[in-house]
Design a protein around this ligand. Sequence first.
Ligand SMILES: Nc1ncnc2c1ncn2[C@@H]1O[C@H](COP(=O)(O)OP(=O)(O)O)[C@@H](O)[C@H]1O
Ligand SMILES: C=C(OP(=O)(O)O)C(=O)O
Ligand SMILES: [K+]
Ligand SMILES: [Mg+2]
Length: 596
Amino acid sequence: MPQSIQFSTPSRTPHLLHLPHSQFNRPLSSISFRRFPLTTIKYTSIRASSSSPSLSPDLDSSSSSSSSSSQVLLSPNGTGANERSVVATAVTTDAAGIEVDTVTEAELKENGFRSTRRTKLICTIGPATCGFDQLEALAVGGMNVARLNMCHGTRDWHRGVIRSVRKLNEEKGFAVAIMMDTEGSEIHMGDLGGDASAKAEDGEVWTFTVRAFDSSRPERTISVSYDGFAEDVRVGDELLVDGGMVRFEVIEKIGPDVKCLCTDPGLLLPRANLTFWRDGSLVRERNAMLPTISSKDWLDIDFGIAEGVDFIAVSFVKSAEVINHLKSYLAARSRGGEIGVIAKIESIDSLTNLEEIILASDGAMVARGDLGAQIPLEQVPAAQQRIVQVCRALNKPVIVASQLLESMIEYPTPTRAEVADVSEAVRQRSDALMLSGESAMGQFPDKALTVLRTVSLRIERWWREEERHESVPLQAIGSTFSDKISEEICNSAAKMANNLGVDAVFVYTTSGHMASLVSRCRPDCPIFAFTTTTSVRRRLNLQWGLIPFRLSFSDDMESNLNKTFSLLKSRGMIKSGDLVIAVSDMLQSIQVMNVP
Ligand SMILES: Nc1ncnc2c1ncn2[C@@H]1O[C@H](COP(=O)(O)OP(=O)(O)O)[C@@H](O)[C@H]1O
Ligand SMILES: C=C(OP(=O)(O)O)C(=O)O
Ligand SMILES: [K+]
Ligand SMILES: [Mg+2]
């Protein structure tokens, strides 16, 4: 199949350039249009929307079907320029045949392409946010992915949330993806017998025990999920609750009970995780014999498959093997590649095997909560930067998680240090930021999301204003020749977009791969990703800069562009004169044009 680069001038006359395969052994960026005088480039004209008066008459009939009202176009969920309530507009009988959520629509109209947020936002859903209206408020506020932590809540509870999110997507045109996070074989405390928390004071002696309680929890007593706990632990060990938020020292062992002295006071939360340090280093063998995916996790995974979640985040990944195992399990049970597997990097082993784990996964999470309990805290920032860089190099989305706005669990305003931390993750160009307790059980979930949104927007703008184009050299990753061509096309498209100052890159992608390749380049302009299925659209919502739309399209780029321009224009989401670069994975083409 000949590869084509299409170039259409601002006067809307596109030029079609056919090149033999061999030309593509060089990066596309080295293919200069100047080397091929425009006069030798065969051109075809492209038809604009039916509202354009300057169409070539010869193409009217061939493309008039492109404004058919049966076309369905779905916009992404809100980038949250405003807090007004979302009105359902999922009306396919609409004259323009568009389904779109009003948040994105309003934002694009009011602020234009460039102002859209590039960094994606994830909210952990918990008691503070599980109601339909609360979920809707988060979607309006910019939530791209809802995370369910299977450490907490029953499957019925999680099912309720999943169904509410799905309803929200169907009724209001959002594309909020669902990420299920496995519990993993970590050692954690039991619940607190109904108490929301328990305060451990300095100098108090608490009992950690593997005994089950018949009735209510005895005072200053905590149950532990790991049967071998009392045997393994030694007097003098340090016991860290929730990554060091509260600390104890083991002072005595009495059968199944372990007496511990509180050395750093704080709040104990139900099912908080526990780590152990001995002589200044983490005791790793403690859960080394436990499988990464426990039998309870496998049941949760089956539940996730049945409920059609979009991502499964695997806790305490140690090697690529477990990721490969889960991926083949999913491939056999879910309809082929529909669930993305995210590796949580939160252990020493996962740092040791980082590249192979990320290569095997569909994305990674910098799970700083547990990571900070396994390596010294001062090493966490360097680990974060390395994980973000490896993910970018290997073209996998990366999430920065835990304690971004921890103080907002209790207070309506973040600390300056928290804002600086969020800014750093945005500046590193991570794909997504995640809220945990802030949205799950905090007092100000919407405000916390607003802080992530406004800080992301501001830092992204600052970075663009400073014109700090990144010169991160992106290593070649494509294995097949076709993959290599796609990669070069996307690299070139992003470079052209920056150099020409275009308003948006349009990418037509069936699997989503081409969109991720454009996202990887982190271009200055937003990326409109058009894909044919709702599941791909939702998964794209995790990736930096992608505004995913669902659109039925063909392998005829001319008609796809006509259709897109017409649909987006009729909703006022783009306007005549906007400069766009379009790439497609079906034709492997690049086109530059003004919206007619
Ligand atoms: N589904 C849920 N049901 C009840 N509480 C939850 C749920 N999800 C999260 N939480 C609460 O939010 C806190 C922070 O969430 P997260 O960081 O995901 O969990 P953890 O602290 O266990 O690592 C949890 O400690 C828990 O108190
Ligand atoms: C995100 C994390 O995992 P979890 O909240 O499940 O402990 C973390 O440890 O930072
Ligand atoms: K978890
Ligand atoms: Mg963790």
